[in-house]
Design a protein around this ligand. Sequence first.
Ligand code: IPM
Ligand code: MG
Length: 362
Amino acid sequence: MKIAVLPGDGIGTEIVAEAVKVLDVLDLPFEMESALVGGAAYEAHGHPLPEATLKLAMDSDAVLFGAVGDWKYDKLDRPMRPEQAILGLRKHMGLFANFRPAICYPELVGASSLKPEIISGLDILIIRELTGDIYFGQPRGRRVATDGHFPGAEEAFDTMRYSKPEIVRIAHVAFQAARKRNKKVTSVDKANVLETFQFWKDVVTEVHAEYPDVELEHMYVDNAAMQLVRAPKKFDVVVTGNMFGDILSDEASMLTGSIGMLPSASLNTKNQGLYEPSHGSAPDIAGQGIANPLATILSAAMMLRFSLNQPDAAARIETAVSSVLASGLRTTDIWSEGTTKVGTREMGDAVVAAITKTITKG
Ligand code: IPM
Ligand code: MG
């Protein structure tokens, strides 16, 4: 088995190093190979997703990804920007199903900006369609308007679109995930305004006929944004399109206290996957050794479970993370009075130590 390790930019290199340390101590039969991606790859090879990096990713069973992006690349032409690397990997690997769990650890209830009673025990799963929608729809571009409010003016446009098979397959993913959880799916749309999302709603309803044991609810995206902060525990699995999923998953992450805790998985039809923290490259704190590596470490656990068929090793990582939190260690983002502030490396070391302890205990 082979893992492609793509740390990327900003805090990406720091947090991925900790996840690799954790994978190493598990002593499992796989090979890891690193490559540059994002701004780092652009600097070295003139492209955010060089041929060699893409090939390594495509030829691997799983990709462990850090983060890409830095403000200093904002002026580059769009195809050369770091973000294109992650979009390119999603597209070329066909990673259509994005799992973004939002779980509130009991120790971190106080780190959320919401009241403890609203979020304690929270465990929701956002399933975001990742290769369609307005992110990839063609045509797009800039032109001179021939109609609309200002004919003759410069304008820009993107295309929102979904084909039936794209909706069918993500709907199956959501219903099957719900079956293993609390058997409820909330499909988020904007069917009251958008043709694309009326179609989305109709197709999800059709697929639901195969899952009578799972409850299906439809919700408009504006209402979903509100319900997420009003009564988030009413959700179980949320399934939605690429753009709404991008926005709602950031919102959901904050319910848990820190985006620094949330892993994610992006899978294709062959269970090949890309695993990355839900947060970005945080250039403002890069190089300071203070980033929280737990989202990446937990992403490595998801990778072991979903793509590498090592559920026991995944559970060992997750248990270790819980015990480290219980012992009171916190990176800055989740620190609160009475806990011990540690840096990126110390946090990684603590997880490694907790795993080693469970291994020696048998
Ligand atoms: C995410 C990010 C990406 C997205 C960016 C970096 C292209 O925000 O993974 O949520 O919009 O999908
Ligand atoms: Mg996002």
